[in-house]
Write a protein that binds this ligand. Structure first.
Ligand SMILES: Nc1ncnc2c1ncn2[C@@H]1O[C@H](COP(=O)(O)OP(=O)(O)O)[C@@H](O)[C@H]1O
Ligand SMILES: [Mg+2]
Length: 287
């Protein structure tokens, strides 16, 4: 069963975070990074995982599983860059296109169990919108994007890393359909793809596949892989995620093994099965 969370009482952005809430124990979510090339099916896989965890129809404040997209962290473009973007001449697939620092800080706050505000981005005007999305603490946070494994400090925060591996011709054809439905013309879509999307995928995204714990061929069509992953997440949650503290990530100096050892006095016996301990190994080591 998923654990209960205290009602959120502050946002991560107002600076009251650590000091005001010092006495109340926070829940540290299980962070899953999901990467893969453009139109590989990252969002679809995340939605499926959420659905299978029984979370898709739940009110967003009650959710124990949330999805955050790297797309929200695109940098605000200058008028000059915006003009380029409208002509398909801006590289949205380069690591520089993302506000990595904001992404890192946001993920760090999420990892610490804070309420965070995520910017929203408009693909038509290529600008950050006034509206922000409030993300409430959850047990599982899926963070998806083409380059979520590229910056090491972001990559190192994930407890599980998934890479959706879909053939590039399948991705290109999906991408063309998606961009056309956004009102862009074929020539420009294909020009951008060959100039920026494909080279950046090969230079920046594909090399991060080696950091993945699980590679999912064919995305959501691969229900064997998705079911295995969901089962694994459920095992972790049933092992009493709420009591689970990660020392190495939040600088409290407690090792993961020790934190798990401390669960030995809990009534929940499942957490103490040797097999379960293996499931809680962090996954930040490159293979
Ligand atoms: N297995 C699949 N079969 C058919 N279409 C799919 C599949 N996975 C995703 N799609 C479609 O492909 C497009 C891109 O998928 P999406 O999940 O948004 O990819 P990403 O988030 O990696 O860009 C969407 O229109 C989606 O509905
Ligand atoms: Mg997506």
């Amino acid at each position: 069963a998923l654990c209960r969370l205290p009602p959120p009482s502050q946002t991560a952005m107002d600076g009251s975070g650590a000091s005001g809430e010092a006495e109340r124990p926070r829940h540290h979510p299980f962070l899953i990074g999901v990467s893969g090339g453009t139109a590989s099916g990252k969002s679809t896989v995340c939605a499926k995982i959420m659905e299978l965890l029984g979370q898709h129809m739940v009110d967003h404040r009650q959710r124990k599983v949330v999805i955050v997209s790297q797309d929200c962290f695109y940098k605000v473009l200058t008028p000059d860059q915006k003009a380029k973007a409208l002509k398909g001449q801006y590289n949205f697939d380069h690591p520089e296109a993302f506000d990595t620092e904001l992404m890192y800080q946001t993920l760090k706050d999420i990892a610490e169990g804070l309420v965070v505000e995520v910017p929203t981005y408009d693909f038509v005007t290529h600008s950050r919108l006034e509206d922000r999305i409030t993300v409430y603490p959850a047990d599982v946070v899926l963070f998806e994007g083409i380059l979520v494994f590229y910056p090491q400090k972001v990559r190192d925060m994930f407890h599980m890393k998934l890479f959706v591996d879909t053939d590039s011709d399948v991705r290109l054809s999906r991408r063309v359909l998606r961009d056309m439905s956004r009102g862009r013309d074929l020539e420009q879509i294909l020009g951008q793809y060959t100039t920026f999307v494909k080279p950046a995928f090969e230079e920046f995204c594909l090399p991060t596949k080696k950091y993945a714990d699980v590679i999912i061929p064919r995305g959501v069509d691969n229900m064997v892989a998705i079911n295995l992953i969901v089962q694994h997440i459920q095992d972790i949650l049933n092992g009493d995620l709420c009591k689970w503290q990660r020392g190495s990530m939040n600088g409290q100096g407690r090792s993961l093994k020790r934190a798990i050892g401390e669960q030995s006095d809990l009534p929940n016996g499942a957490a103490n099965l040797p097999g379960k301990r293996v499931l809680l190994e962090p996954s930040s080591r490159p293979h």
